[in-house]
Design a protein around this ligand. Structure first.
Ligand code: TGC
Ligand code: FAD
Length: 390
């Protein structure tokens, strides 16, 4: 993948401004120099390249579309192009950045007290602190409103009991944004600091997907949280769901990066691999059909991402727009990975090539942050006015 120059079939770049192209180029260079050379080894060994965290912070990639507290204040389009490049490296790296910025810094920024913002945002922005987001529970994934985790007020503290599951960066986090139901049955967010008595985190092993990312379970047993760690600015499920808009938006762009990596690899391979009459396999119509499908879907995905990004920058985006972006772009990325794997034949299954790693990663991306079908239902609700979840 050295020397990747982008995927641009219809002069997409003419729609970007200089700042957006500069951010993309910076992220692309970082991926070429720091991620591509090491990622297969981390993925094979199931380790997260934690040493990259300070560099990601220095580049301004954490909470990059937030303003103040040391954040880069990028446009949402520039932010999206950054996540696209990171995910061309690996979905696990992009996940880390999405969680840190969209699911930890964003709720502190949007719903936190000034004291919470001062304490956590500069540290999270620079990568000195790591965060995680605990919404999903063992029994409640697509339906987080059913959560069992409870926070009971006792004097100046809340006592937290419950369990969260499938939490990215859980065991390496200095602070967990944890969503729990209070005695009034309403959901509220809490900042649970590493080392708080009664708080434990452990890692999920045996993953065939996102192997270079930490995925954890969190448990809270009579865990006392100071009242000052309650996020005061939001009550109800709209709190965590509002954060998901941020992260899902970044995923919508990010998935294109994984798709581009697979497409580019398949294209290069098809032009050099020869079968039958010493012709490259790229000369066969059936192979060209797959490549043409890939670039068409990537191009449509780029236009969707750009338009949703521009709407977000104008403050006009609706959560259902973001659902369409996440659903479509992750779906086409996974299909691109599968077709690319096919083009590489047997070579497609080994980690000399990036395709199988991306394909396996995308299976998680398809499921997390709202499964593909949940996003269809969000779109269905928007156009019919009828919620079909139950
Ligand atoms: P519903 O009654 O529809 O809504 C409850 C309240 O929330 C509001 N709301 C939203 N607000 C902001 N943004 C959104 N996207 C929102 N969606 C809904 C809604 O207006 C309402 O507000 P109010 O004021 O009336 O109370 O809720 P529901 O329980 O029927 O659920 C709807 C549904 C199914 C769409 C929602 O539960 C959902 O999105 N489920 C999927 C769960 C999910 O995505 N979990 C992700 C966990 S985090 C994760 O996966 C991180 S991956 C990490 C990585 O990148 O590595
Ligand atoms: P389920 O909700 O049980 O869904 C299973 C299947 O049923 C899916 O196909 C789904 O589409 C379908 N289904 C469910 N409800 C309906 C319905 N009403 N109609 C039609 N079909 C339906 N969560 C966090 O809180 N924080 C994190 O950092 C985080 N990181 C993650 C990292 C990884 C690697 C993974 C895999 C998950 C992560 N998650 C995280 C959890 C993720 O958000 C959930 O896995 C996801 O929301 C789906 O929940 P579930 O796995 O329980 O599946």
């Amino acid at each position: 993948m050295a020397g990747f120059t982008g995927v641009d079939f219809i002069e997409f770049d003419s729609l970007l401004n200089d700042e957006e192209k500069l951010v993309r180029q910076t992220a692309r260079q970082f991926v070429e120099n720091e991620i591509i050379p090491i990622i297969e080894k981390h993925s094979r060994e199931g380790t997260f390249p934690k040493h990259l965290v300070p560099q990601l912070g220095e580049l301004g990639f954490f909470g990059a579309n937030l303003h103040g507290y040391g954040c880069a204040g990028m446009s949402n389009v520039a932010y999206g192009l950054m996540t696209q490049e990171l995910e061309r490296g690996d979905s696990g790296l992009r996940s880390f950045v999405s969680v840190q910025g969209g699911l930890v810094m964003y709720p502190i920024h949007a719903y936190g007290s000034e004291e919470q913002k001062q304490k956590w945002l500069p540290a999270l922005q620079s990568g000195q602190a790591i965060g995680c987001f605990g919404l999903t529970e063992p029994q409640f994934g697509s339906n987080p409103g059913g959560m069992l985790t409870r926070a009971v007020k006792k004097g100046a503290k809340y006592v937290l009991n419950g369990e969260k599951m499938w939490i990215t960066s859980g065991s390496i986090a200095d602070v967990a944004v944890v969503w729990a139901k209070c005695e009034d049955e309403k959901v509220r967010g809490f900042l649970v600091e590493k080392g708080t008595p009664g708080f434990k985190a452990w890692d999920v092993h045996g993953k065939w997907s996102l192997r270079a990312s930490v995925t954890s379970g969190l448990a809270f047993t009579d865990c006392e949280i100071p009242e000052a760690n309650l996020l005061p600015g939001v009550v109800g499920l709209k709190g965590p769901l509002g954060c998901l808009n941020q992260a899902r938006y970044g995923i919508g762009w990010g998935a294109l990066g994984a798709a581009m990596a697979c497409y580019d690899t398949a294209l290069q391979y098809a032009k050099t691999r020869k079968q039958f009459a010493n012709k490259p396999i790229a000369a066969h119509q059936l192979v060209q059909e797959k490549l043409a499908w890939m670039i068409t879907e990537i191009t449509k995905g780029q236009l969707l991402a750009l338009h949703v990004g521009r709407l977000k920058d104008l403050g006009k985006v609706h959560p259902s727009h973001i659902s369409m972006l996440k659903m479509n772009n992750v779906g086409i990325a996974l299909d691109t990975a599968r077709k690319a794997r096919d083009i590489l034949g047997a070579n497609g299954i080994v980690d000399d090539y990036c395709i199988m790693r991306h394909m396996n990663n995308l299976e998680s991306v398809f499921t997390y942050e709202g499964t593909n079908d949940i996003h269809k239902l969000v779109i269905g609700e928007r156009i019919t006015g009828i919620a079909a979840y139950v």
